[in-house]
Design a protein around this ligand. Sequence first.
Ligand code: TYC
Length: 279
Amino acid sequence: MATLLCKRRLCIFAVLRRVSPNARLFSSGKKSVNGVELFYQQTGQGDHSVLLLPGALGSGQTDFGPQMEKLDKRRFTVVAWDPRGYGRSRPPDRDFPLDFFHRDAKDAVDLMQALGFRHFSLLGWSDGGITALIAAALNPAIIKKMVVWGSNAYVSEQDLKIYSAVRDVSMWSERMRRPMEEMYGPEYFSQTWERWVDGISQFAHNPQGNICRELLQLIICPTLIVHGAKDPIVPSFHPEYLLRKIQGSRLHVLPEGKHNLHLRFATEFNSLVEDFLTE
Ligand code: TYC
């Protein structure tokens, strides 16, 4: 009987492995944080813990496939979170009060603490990068290192024009739209995206379009800013401003990179990040 069970178990493992060699390397769950149930995915067993922060309406699933799959599992423990109202962290549906980046920053840090990570690094894309900047500024004893790309500390007139140009999701490319529609269904996606455009545009009413300018001088962790020279939605004055204001930071430009450079040039991006985190 014992051998029979044993053999059967082996067989099940063999089947699982054939279906997806990495299936057993990923775990996921929900944690109750600040009154909401936050969804996260986790992989790797390295000493260096890293939190991946997705962009607007993003999630671990839609935004970070190549990072969850390929970042070195021996050196890093990688967590991707779905901010409240995004991905699988619903309910609640998403809202965009003026402090939404600060709320995300607190949720992200509190989630990691609740998962038992006391000291970790941040990889933040776009809106997730803005969240990372705020989290690092306000939690200097907790954040080890940070990488941000496609992010901005303020909203300019030029940004406002770009937001209204991308407001209608039916104008998006199929490749950008499909993962979002699969996650949310077309209705929640298009409505929430319009609310995001209104939400981010609110910052233009602040002096100098401020989102988090005054916090940048509080960042003391080593910071790598990455930018795609061909990013059509985030003008290069944004990463250049971050570089000037964050002490000791570095800027790495990918000449062919656009906004989704970590997906399109995943191998190059991942090794850039691994080198920075381990140096
Ligand atoms: N910030 C968005 C994100 O988090 C991307 C974006 C940037 C969209 C600029 C429009 O004009 C824009 N993915």
